[in-house]
Write a protein that binds this ligand. Sequence first.
Ligand code: UD1
Length: 451
Amino acid sequence: MDAFEIEGGARLAGEIRVNGSKNAALPLMAASLLTDQPLTLADVPDLSDIRNMRHLLDELGVEINQPQPGQLTLQTTDTSESHARYDIVKTMRASVCVLGPLLAARGRARVSLPGGCAIGQRPIDLHLHGLEALGARFQLEQGDVIGHVPGGRLVGNRIFLGGSFGSTVLGTANIISAATLARGTTIVESAACEPEIVDLANLLNRMGARISGAGSPRITIEGVDQLGGASHRVIPDRIEAGTLMVAAAITRSELTITNCPLDALMAATNRLEAIGVVVEPADDALSMRSKVRISAGESLSPCDITTQPHPGFPTDLQAQFMALLAVADGHSVITEKIFPERFLHVAELSRMGARLFRQGPTTIVSGVGRLVGAPVMASDLRASAGLVLAALAARGTSRILRVYHLDRGYERLEERLAAVGARIKRIGLDEHESPQPKVVVRKGIAPAYQP
Ligand code: UD1
């Protein structure tokens, strides 16, 4: 099992590019189920979640090729299988985004229920409610949701998708994908406004769908009889961009970030500026592919953060900002309003000397100036990123165990951070994660220990 070893305190300098968005790419790939024509996607990151989605779509009859790095062509060639098996769904909750496309295109779907995960309970009731409103019918068997469409074709409807924690991103993706092939018009109220939904609507419209309003809480979809092929470039990953911004800030460095979706990061840059970090776009217009210079001095101010649906502060950056505020000059309050249990990183950051007091969905962060290196355990994707950032700034050496969580969402993060000056390397540990690692030399990385 791989780990990262990080010697903290190195300043970062230079330029780093943001990769294509994982969370955008997953539903875009699932859209290939809606047509028998080829889809070509560019800027698809090479991540374990993407490989899992490829595997799942392959089982569902989609032929996938990679003509060059970052580019995928996907074409449905066999529609006989409609079962997303537990073996795959349990490795990646986002597998649920095949549900809407399968029902719309094949009139049937069997998708294993994703269950909970490290960041809390993850229900799909809103997905099912929306698809039922379009005419699908569901039953539960052996932990699988089995859906069918009486009459074979979904029918447009008006759907309210809000829940106790706001809307649902993948639920909105499922409903708008399904509604593209429904008979009649669908209006989704309280739709998720995330940029990944806009990206999906853009691809679907290129395929011949008629969707308007994506990016706002009301999305209208006029159903069409069939969809065709299309080419599309995936938007850059706003969470990776935000993580890199914090990397510059926490190490008091200056870093230039390219292919940066600044337009989708206003809540995060607003908080960075409150902390005293300078965010300078190279051009005046905010864009989804900006070049941005991030710089921070020695003094970082505390601030309060509340996670909210987009355009509010993203829950997927909460752990990274907690690491940053842990070294600020004063007290900050972080409130989690999307996944109230998403605080597994609190205990691990505390092992590095962070002063954190959690009560329910709120954590008070008392800045300590400098963290200290320690062995810590990654628990989920974004928590792992928070620990890496903390380690970059800590005094001494840290070891981040179980970085397979991180590999789900950040492509070769250690190599890319090392290229801008971080002292970070990947090491292989034996299955008991003993403190004395076996030496495993990976491409381009020096061994951490002599055998
Ligand atoms: C997506 C992102 C994830 C991000 C999350 C919130 C992907 C692959 N993942 O996950 O990285 O953290 O958005 O921005 O895009 N809920 C319900 N019922 C449902 C569905 C959701 O109550 O049927 C609740 C959830 O428990 C949560 C909130 O709604 O409290 C938001 O979840 P949702 O937007 O659905 O998250 P995902 O789309 O799964």
